[in-house]
Design a protein around this ligand. Structure first.
Ligand SMILES: N[C@@H](CCC(=O)N[C@@H](CS)C(=O)NCC(=O)O)C(=O)O
Length: 250
């Protein structure tokens, strides 16, 4: 059976769960406790050297990481139902879009997600604890992000700037929905492009609902995404409620 190392609220994990659900694939769920730094443990880094979730263990024991790469692997290995356009140009467009989301949106979303979920705990770490954690983080960007939430919380100005960046996604999606005319981002059907954007639109809907409402095409698209059975199966739940459930379990 497939084994997924993931986090319920992680956007990249949500993408993979959406793909698995869309294809009706069963998997063993292994939650990674990010606040405890399990993603930076030597065992986890052996699976994903970037020290981030998700990681997917295949049926033969090999490992894959990077949500968009996992999505395409799942499509190629379990092609029905398809979540990728058949037309090569549309496929290329889908990949370019997902790559853009990865490059432009993830760092912006971290500003909000980590301020909410990581900062309350990370700000309590002693200097010694912080140094130990920093030493285990494999990439400079994530060391910086952890340092920010632990010692130098994002300012309101930085949050406003991050939100402006995040909202560019809605503008880009408007253009794509207008061009496709199908109600989906690329081509005629729901694809990895829609899956790539969904976790980010979910967070925008929670953080800034009025901004989403200014984009009727995206708003309708969002309703269609949420109406898919895979959305429920993948457990894309409200961020605050999901975090509260985790805290209650501890
Ligand atoms: N490009 C990666 C991004 C993965 C990623 O950034 N995961 C975040 C959660 S969404 C994470 O594990 N953060 C933990 C950390 O940075 O310590 C992908 O798409 O898989």
């Amino acid at each position: 059976m497939l084994i997924l190392y993931h986090g319920w609220r992680s956007s990249a994990s949500r993408r993979v769960r959406l793909c698995l659900a869309e294809k009706g694939l069963d998997y063993e769920s292994r939650l990674v406790d990010m606040i405890r730094g399990e993603q930076h443990s030597p065992e986890y880094l052996a699976m994903n050297p970037n020290g981030v979730v998700p990681a997917l263990i295949l049926e033969d024991g090999r490992v894959l990481y990077e949500s968009s790469v996992i999505a395409e692997y799942l499509e190629e290995t379990y092609p029905t139902p398809s979540i990728r356009p058949a037309d090569p140009y549309e496929r290329a467009t889908m990949r370019n879009f997902v790559r853009w989301v990865d490059e432009k949106c993830l760092a912006k979303l971290i500003v909000f997600n980590w301020s909410q979920s990581m900062q309350p705990v990370a700000s309590q770490w002693s200097e010694d604890e912080l140094a130990k954690r920093m030493a285990r983080i494999p990439t400079p960007e994530r060391r910086e992000a952890w340092l920010r939430v632990a010692r130098k919380p994002y300012t309101e100005e930085e949050k406003a700037e991050a939100m402006r960046g995040l909202l560019l996604l809605l503008e880009r999606m408007d253009g794509m929905l207008e061009a496709s005319g199908s109600g989906w981002l690329v081509g005629k059907a729901y694809s990895i492009a829609d899956i790539g954007a969904a976790p980010f639109v979910m967070r925008i809907s929670e953080l800034n609902a009025p901004a989403l409402a200014e984009h009727p095409l995206v708003t309708d698209w969002w309703a269609r995404v949420q109406a898919r059975p895979s959305f429920t199966t993948a457990r894309i739940e409200a961020y605050i409620e999901s975090a509260a459930k985790d805290t209650a379990k501890k």
